[in-house]
Design a binder for this molecule. Structure first.
Ligand code: C2O
Ligand code: CU
Length: 481
């Protein structure tokens, strides 16, 4: 990963993670699952309460962190549902402010998308909203609020939503790592200062403590010879991650929930912008008794180890490496017609320049308060609101190519609600391995072409998932009519 000069200006971790590594305690990966209920109409039902709570993020030697939660814990409960089956999730709001829940990556009806003002009224304190949808695609998805996103996501409101394949790949264990990035004070509380204008115009609120499933992780125990399906979810506000598994060769089998051709990632790094998910298969071919680090070296000079994979001393669980196939069955996503597709360019604009000073925001229109970014000259700020004018109106059933052209000095993980798109080209070069995604990382000064069939009617958000960028203008709406 080339790190631009701009990165060095970003807010950087101020607390060494080791300060928080005093109390060992190995990671308990399997959080207790919420018990789904079968309703009379055979929907799988979950109840999720949005409420303040406490979480021990960095171990028992520090006070518990005051957080905001789904289901009184961080991350929120891992919801497991089945492809093609009706799900009902009742979200009750016990926060002191409005909220919603967005089911990130699920191709669902517009009214269930969780954007306040645009697709539903916000859920007021003391009220509830019933979400109901049938996930068409199997894969790794997640949920988070779409109201006051900086605070609500930044204080811990996020959870995994796993849609199980009828025939999953065969592995010994299926493990989810919800990766969250926190900016903690010395007494392990969430640092104030959400919405800092300087950060908004640069890398966003990058924190100082990265947790796996809500805990700073010392180690993860494994057995030699086992095969893991590891579902990585970047639930950070702003931090981009580039994970290297020392001594191991992860194989990517799905991106943002959508199966791809199984492949080893470039430079052996699994790169995850905020909101992105990658499923990897990891064959544990290390030596019994040894430890291997998992390192995130995305930001130049700021590498840290996320955890250590620790082998127990027992002999390998199998004599020969596992050789079951790694391909997942494809989801029922329509192939775009690339010959007949309409092409639109979306120019990502604004932010600080590499050397300081704002990028040509002068000529931009409709700048909301505190706008630092724009798409095609227009800044929509906040989390979504009623009557947002669509940037484009797409014809239902037609194929579209969006050229996401990054004119800024910063990286942007661009997310489209309601669709999965095919990632076609980066700077004109074909992207290998049949990659589909709902969030694509667009490097500075590069253009990424994505394509999809506009088969899902409604008003759909398209925004950067660096939350500070979204709320300060890098957001728009596409209408499918
Ligand atoms: Cu996770 Cu509007 O998105
Ligand atoms: Cu961005």
């Amino acid at each position: 990963m080339n790190v631009t000069a701009a990165h060095r200006l970003s807010a950087q971790p101020t607390i060494d993670r080791r300060a928080f590594l005093i109390n060992g305690g190995s990671l308990a990966v399997a959080a207790a699952l919420p018990r789904p209920v079968r309703a009379a109409d055979s929907a799988t039902e979950f109840a999720l309460v949005a409420a303040p709570g406490h979480a021990s993020l960095v171990g028992a030697d520090f006070p518990a962190t005051e957080v905001w939660t789904f289901g009184k814990r961080v991350p929120g409960p891992e919801l497991r549902v089945r492809q093609g089956e009706l799900v009902r999730i009742v979200v009750r709001n016990e926060l002191p402010e409005d909220t919603t829940a967005h089911w990130h990556g699920i191709r669902l009806p517009n009214a269930m998308d969780g954007v306040p003002g645009l697709t539903q009224p916000p859920i007021r304190p003391g009220e509830q909203f019933v979400y109901e949808f049938t996930p068409p695609d199997a894969g790794t998805f997640w949920y988070h609020p779409h109201a006051d996103s900086l605070q609500q996501l930044g204080r811990g409101m996020a959870g995994a939503l796993i849609v199980e394949e009828p025939q999953p790949v065969v592995v010994d264990r299926d493990v989810v790592w919800m990766l969250s990035d926190w900016r903690l004070t010395g007494d392990a509380q969430i640092a104030p200062g959400f919405g800092n204008g300087m950060e908004a115009a640069m890398a966003g609120r990058v924190g100082n403590t990265v947790t796996i499933n809500g805990r700073l992780s010392q180690e993860v125990s494994v057995r030699a010879g086992e095969r893991l399906r590891l579902r990585l979810v970047n639930a950070a506000l702003a931090r981009i991650m580039s994970l290297r598994f020392e001594g191991h060769r992860p194989v990517v089998i799905a991106i943002d929930g959508q199966p791809c051709e199984p492949h080893e990632p470039e430079r052996s790094r699994v790169v995850l912008g905020p909101a992105m998910r990658v499923d990897v298969v990891l064959d544990m071919q290390g030596e019994p008794g040894r430890r291997y680090q998992v390192v995130d070296d995305y930001y130049d000079g700021l590498a840290y180890w996320l955890t250590e994979v620790v082998y127990d001393k027992s002999p390998p669980v199998r004599a020969h490496p596992f050789d079951a196939p790694l391909s997942l069955p494809r989801n029922p996503v329509l192939e775009p017609d690339l010959v007949d597709a309409d092409r639109h360019e979306l120019r990502l604009q604004g932010g600080m320049m590499g050397g300081g000073g704002m990028m040509g925001m002068g000529g931009m229109m409709g700048l909301g308060r505190g706008a630092a970014w724009a798409i095609n000259g227009v800044s929509m700020t906040g989390d979504g609101h009623a009557g947002m004018p669509p940037l484009l109106t797409l014809r239902r059933g037609r194929s579209y190519i969006l050229a996401l052209r990054n004119d800024t000095a910063w990286w942007h993980p661009m997310h489209l609600h309601g669709f999965s798109f095919r990632v076609l080209r980066r700077n004109g070069n074909d992207v290998p391995h049949r990659q589909w995604a709902d969030t694509v990382l667009v490097p500075p000064k590069e253009t990424v072409d994505v394509a999809f069939v506009a088969d899902n009617p409604g008003d759909w958000m398209l925004h950067c998932h660096v939350t500070d960028h979204q709320v300060s203008g890098m957001m728009t709406v596409l209408r499918v009519a």
